[in-house]
Ligand binder design. Structure first.
Ligand code: HEC
Ligand code: HEC
Length: 232
């Protein structure tokens, strides 16, 4: 028994340490590799049905009451990065840590297929909104502090790493703004954390309410990439 402990404990400690200290370099590498793979949308659909739809919904539109994000039509590079961040524990969420640790979901080909499928889906048309009282304040803050990255219509950036915020549930937006501000997502720019941390509750809910009303196709569809990474 003692020999067993002597051998196993250091291995376990090693595993914990490497998990806790996973560097973004390994995330970057996984993201780069995944984006180079061909996507099998049929397999993506099948994997989605088996492993994801119970929570994110059959059409990947999420659930406002359970604070589960809509994934349909989200930019592909962003989705891949989130899976890699969950996998490397750069983003906190025990539920998603369990999801990405399953064997069939551990390889980059599965991520390529899943994200290709999700990106191809039509976006939510009726996400949850806030109570509407702070929309004007929310618009002013968004256009001043957020539009430089997310674009004025919330469509995100053309490389695909800045997410589209359109067609997303209010409850999820509020929770993520708080989570990012308190460093629950480690692999993000310090600037983003500072911006979100500077908002008080009234301001944060106002911005989330304004964002949750950004719907449908964007004004600027000519920025869409041929591979569909900008699928609004
Ligand atoms: C048991 C429920 C559950 C299952 C199953 C599940 N998810 Fe999630 N997922 C969540 C929750 C809850 C969140 C929000 C996490 C947070 O608040 O940070 C989430 C977040 C995500 C995000 C981040 C989205 C964003 O906008 O940042 C992605 C991407 C994602 N899930 C993909 C998947 C995929 C792909 C599968 C299947 C392989 C899957 N999820 C299965 C519950 C689930
Ligand atoms: C410096 C560029 C930048 C600015 C400014 C910025 N964002 Fe972001 N935002 C990002 C990036 C990049 C991500 C994705 C982070 C990641 O990869 O996990 C993000 C993610 C988010 C998310 C999470 C989306 C999801 O699906 O989980 C929300 C919500 C958000 N930003 C809201 C805002 C709001 C509100 C503001 C203004 C107060 C803002 N952002 C300003 C770059 C920016």
């Amino acid at each position: 028994m003692r020999a067993f402990v002597a051998v196993v404990v250091p291995i376990l400690l090693g595993a914990v340490a490497s998990g806790a200290l996973a560097s973004p370099v390994s995330v970057d590498e996984k993201v780069r590799n995944t984006l180079q793979l061909d996507q099998d949308l049929k397999r993506g659909k099948q994997l989605y049905g088996t492993y994801c739809s119970a929570c994110h919904g059959v059409q990947a539109l999420g659930s406002a009451s359970k604070v589960i994000p809509s994934l349909a039509g989200q930019r592909r590079a962003y989705l891949v990065k989130q899976l890699a961040d969950f996998k490397e524990k750069e983003r906190e969420n025990r539920t998603m840590h369990v999801v990405v640790s399953q064997r069939e979901l551990s390889d980059e080909q599965a991520w390529a297929d899943l994200t290709g499928y999700l990106n191809s889906l039509p976006r939510a048309s009726f996400p949850q909104t806030g109570d509407g009282r702070g929309v004007e304040l929310g618009e002013a803050i968004f256009q001043e502090q957020c539009a430089s990255c997310h674009e004025e219509d919330g469509r995100g950036d053309d490389d695909g790493f800045i997410p589209s915020l359109r067609d997303q549930h209010y409850s999820y937006l509020v929770r993520q703004m708080r989570s990012i501000a308190s460093w629950h997502r480690l692999n993000v720019e310090a600037d983003l954390v500072r911006y979100l941390d500077s908002l008080d509750t009234e301001e944060a809910t106002a911005v989330a309410d304004y964002i949750s009303r950004m719907r449908g196709a964007t004004k600027n569809r000519d920025h869409m990439n041929p591979d569909g990474t900008v699928n609004n």
